[in-house]
Design a protein around this ligand. Sequence first.
Ligand SMILES: [Zn+2]
Length: 307
Amino acid sequence: MLETGAIIFGLLIGSFLSVCIYRIPLGRSTGLEELEAEQADAEGEEQQDDTQDEEDIAQAINSEHFEDKVTISYPPRSFCPHCGNQLRWWHNIPVFSWIFLLGKCAFCRAPISARYPLVELLSAYFCYLSVTTFPLPTAIVIYLFCAGLIVLSFIDIDYYLLPNVITYPGFLLGIILALINHFFHIFSLPLVPTIWDSLLGVLIGAGVLELIARIYMWLRNKQGLGMGDIKLLGVTGAFFGMEGAIYTMFIGSLLGSFVGIFLILIGQGKLSKYLPFGPYLAVATLLYIFTGKELLVLFFQTLGTVR
Ligand SMILES: [Zn+2]
């Protein structure tokens, strides 16, 4: 029962995560003042009838500067980025709608990216995994963290960017949860038991990576690591402590190197090409959360037998 609930909940949240992935990078060029003015406008116009509203939005979507105006809450309903038509509720059912519509917009038949059902399925899978692996209060925090990683990874793949609007609140949440756990012991491992573990995690995670980035900058005179990667590792440290941060750094770099070398071998990549690092960090953190140190032990055992 709990498992079924977790899967349905994960699918629904996954739908929202797709919206975040699409909209957060678009909205970033909108200044805060502009945003507030817009919200005030929107409130004033609420009396307008629905059809007028829909026409306005459809018109706005086709206008040149529309992408600058998109926020998480505007426009309120999901729309087709190709034709601007607002989706009906039956176009919005996670995974199933995409299958029934054969991956095409119901209005203009433009293809809908397979990423939408993929994000929904990923979200459902990690919601299920969290609930079946951890006791409930811990599972909720772990799933929330997974959801954040899904959003960050896809935005990083698209834009080489890990937005502050996600990493900063994530960092703050990690510290607050550690503080709560410090006094009330609500959450179990791998979440940090004390505030000191959390602060040490931030220091090691963000601090050491910052140091590596500076040395790299000094040696090669170009940026090898994004500030976003450093912030993400700081967030990981805040939630999972020093051990989680070091594991993520190590396994993330290893995964990144393997994939990079593989891409060069099959002739798809170049040594100088910049690859987003966020997804590797995300996968590494997920491995840490759900498999503990097993992979690391296996790695060093293999290294031992080779030697
Ligand atoms: Zn369309």
